[in-house]
Design a protein around this ligand. Structure first.
Ligand SMILES: Cc1ncc(COP(=O)(O)O)c(C=O)c1O
Length: 389
């Protein structure tokens, strides 16, 4: 049988055809008016997506590049920072901070829960020399979404800056960078921004620029000051050769997202998450996160008794061509994750859920075929009003 694949992971994610076509256009040079126009359109569009009027710097890198840039540019060796760790990507921030020889205070919270803003407030009070607080908005490894708005309120009136990884949140979940007091917001191209992997972005506030001016950790490729200077020049550009094809692609993708409407996109993600949740529960499965508030980017599901999450992922891929993600780190084998962050609509979820029902049945989990789909359809009709004639 012909193999057709359905990419349902929380990154990389499917690409709209308009975005793919933009990448396929003939190569242009990056120091030309034609490129400048596309580049500026992308950056200014990203500002609208992130709801910021701060500088948005872009780099040819996956999201981790912007995470490293945030650490390298804002702090000096020995600076005390607080890193909230409730999953693999929180851990990554802590690892990078250690590489740059910062003094890292860890706030470790359970992987199925969200960070508690009150704990962050207490830690900041206890150690007033903390210069930065690192938080993961959407912790893709667990499905949990942190309350960045509340955390922003806690950090705002302290000397510390708030650094947020919204690599799997921006464009999918409510995110108000400036209003919420996010000083450095980092994101990447391959999730809700509907672009292939390889572009990273960082939105940087005035409070963060003050730290950047004073910091002396080494940064070369990811130097924020150099990137800002180049963007502010007569003809906005990047210090080094940009990923021209990706910039064209992301410029197109950002336009598509803004044409849909930010709040409409957030609502689409909420609806898909709620339908997926209901479906997996109807299949007799349990969601991994206890904290489900706003957890709309990825649905993390506990593997049923006696079945490995890895087997679910492998069977879905091999037999049905549906690619989902397994658990990472300590969750390996214990969970599987269905992505709905990015270019998805309800019928993509139907494909994933149908393949999941058949996979679970084949692996020995008892369920009534169609029960998950029925639950998803009912919820969809209820949430979107499509029950009305
Ligand atoms: C929340 C989060 N942070 C960081 C990363 C790392 O980004 P990248 O793989 O683009 O470097 C990811 C990617 O999955 C992510 O989801």
């Amino acid at each position: 049988m012909i193999r057709k694949e359905y990419l349902m992971t929380p990154g990389p994610t499917p690409i709209p055809y308009q975005v793919s076509l933009a990448q396929a256009e003939p190569m242009i040079h990056h120091r030309t008016p034609a490129y400048t126009e596309i580049f500026v359109r992308m950056v200014e569009g990203l500002k609208k997506v992130l709801l910021t009027s701060n500088h948005v710097l872009t780099f040819a890198a996956s999201g981790t590049g912007a995470m490293e840039g945030a650490v390298a540019n804002c702090f000096s060796p020995g600076d005390r920072v607080l890193v909230a760790v409730g999953g693999k990507f929180g851990q990554r921030f802590a690892e990078i901070a250690k590489v740059y020889k910062l003094s890292v205070e860890l706030y470790e919270y359970p992987w199925d829960e969200a960070a508690d803003p009150e704990v962050i407030a207490a830690l900041l009070k206890d150690k007033p020399d903390i210069k930065g607080v690192f938080v993961t908005h959407s912790e893709t490894s667990t499905g949990v979404v942190n309350d960045v708005k509340c955390i922003g309120e806690v950090v705002r009136d302290t000397p510390a800056i708030l650094v947020v990884d919204s690599i799997s949140g921006a464009g999918a979940l409510e995110l108000r960078t400036d209003e919420w007091g996010v000083d450095v917001l980092v994101t990447g191209s391959q999730k809700a921004l509907m672009t292939p992997p390889g572009l990273a972005a960082a939105a940087v506030s005035a409070k963060a620029w003050e730290l950047i001016e004073a910091a002396d950790s080494p940064a070369y490729y990811f130097c924020f000051k150099k990137a800002r200077k180049k963007y502010d020049s007569q003809s906005p550009e990047t210090p080094y050769t940009p990923a021209i094809g990706l910039v064209k692609a992301m410029s197109e993708a950002v336009e598509l997202l803004l044409a849909e409407g930010l709040e409409e996109a957030w609502e689409r993600h909420r609806v898909l998450a709620l339908c997926t949740r209901d479906a997996v529960r109807a299949m007799g499965l349990e969601l991994f996160p206890k904290a489900l508030q706003g957890a709309f980017a990825v649905t993390a599901v506990k593997a049923p008794q006696g079945i490995s999450g890895g087997d679910v992922v492998r069977h879905m891929n091999r037999v049905h061509g549906v690619i989902i993600a397994g658990g990472q780190d300590r969750l390996k084998g214990k969970i599987f994750r269905i992505g709905h962050v990015g270019y998805y609509n309800f019928f993509d979820m139907v494909v994933a859920l149908s393949a999941l029902e058949m996979t679970l049945t084949a692996l020995g989990h008892r369920l009534e075929l169609g029960s998950g789909l029925a639950a998803a359809e009912s919820r969809y009709m209820e949430l979107t009003g499509s029950a009305r004639p």
